[in-house]
Ligand binder design. Structure first.
Ligand SMILES: [Zn+2]
Ligand SMILES: [Zn+2]
Length: 139
């Protein structure tokens, strides 16, 4: 994702654009793979050596809150983060290489319909993360 796209995504979300937030968002948007806060902190520091650890962690929370990143569970209660375009909330997460693919709403709609039918529960919002092994890792 280009720098200008990252910038406008932050601005659209109503968050203040600071150089620190921009740096973290850029690092996150550059890779389709999930990364822990610590890994992202290490990457950001290569270009911005004076950035604080707390700033990185706070900025990640801001990005999650703004819908620009998603927090994923990793084994051992570690959180990982992945860049996320607003408007979709489902992911296929490879536990082998860490790659995160998007799964659009169409794939989940039949499940939501079945839930209304069988449980009488109207689904307004769903956020599904599927963990497994991606095509590239399986072959
Ligand atoms: Zn996403
Ligand atoms: Zn994989």
């Amino acid at each position: 994702m280009a720098e200008t796209q990252v910038m406008s995504a932050i601005q659209r979300s109503g968050q203040r654009l600071t150089p620190q937030r921009m740096a973290i968002a850029e690092v996150l948007a550059r890779s389709p793979k999930q990364a822990s806060a610590q890994e992202l902190y290490d990457r950001v520091r290569r270009k911005h050596p004076y950035i604080g650890r707390a700033t990185v962690f706070r900025s990640l929370d801001m990005l999650v809150h703004a819908g620009l990143a998603q927090r994923l569970e990793r084994p051992g209660h570690v959180s990982a983060y992945v860049w996320c375009e607003p408007g979709h909330h489902h992911h296929l997460i490879c536990t082998s290489c860490g790659n995160v693919e998007e799964l659009d709403e169409k794939a989940v709609a039949p499940l939501a319909e079945a839930i209304v039918r069988t449980r009488g529960f109207r689904v307004d919002h769903a956020a599904l993360d599927f963990y497994g092994i991606c095509r590239a890792c399986r072959s």
